[in-house]
Design a protein around this ligand. Structure first.
Ligand SMILES: [Zn+2]
Length: 158
């Protein structure tokens, strides 16, 4: 099978964001990363292509713009409580409390903002935004938390 590959560091599919992971010794403290997304698309050739690089990158960029320079707040965060009131999020976990303006928050449908869960979330989000041809069989999307380490979600489609 043929595949195409998009390297997020080289093609500027990057974002910066803050997050925290309760119960983790160090990651429970609010901190941030430079993230990047790699994408591999497997499929048969159709008109000489697996998928349109330009269109896929455009959708990925639009998707990442929503999260760029925001706090990633898990929608169903394990051990995290949040409520929105008067344009602010009131966030609490363990003994900690934060109040963050709504426009600084990216509410994300995960239970932990780990790179593993973010990889699965972005894969589903990409499949929602891009209607791939029937020739496309599988995607692998990786989320880097800084250079050198990544988590990958793999999904067969159709
Ligand atoms: Zn982190």
């Amino acid at each position: 099978m043929m595949s195409i590959f998009i390297n997020g560091w080289d093609t500027n599919l990057k974002f910066a964001a803050a997050h925290f992971i309760p119960e983790h010794s160090k990651c429970k403290r609010l901190h941030g990363h430079d993230y990047a997304i790699d994408l591999k698309i497997y499929g048969e050739l159709e008109n000489g292509m697996v998928a349109d690089f330009v269109q896929v990158k455009k959708e990925l960029r639009a998707m990442l713009e929503d999260v760029d320079h925001r706090l990633i707040l898990p929608l169903n965060g394990e051990g995290i409580k949040h409520r929105k009131e008067n344009g602010k999020y009131y966030i609490s976990y363990e003994k900690y409390e934060m109040v963050v303006p709504e426009e600084f928050v990216f509410l994300c449908d995960v239970s932990h903002s780990s790179s593993e869960e973010l990889a699965r979330f972005f894969s589903h989000e990409l499949l929602r935004r891009v209607k791939f041809g029937k020739n496309v069989k599988r995607i692998e999307l990786s989320v880097y938390e800084g250079p050198g380490q990544r988590a990958t979600w793999e999904e067969d489609i159709q």
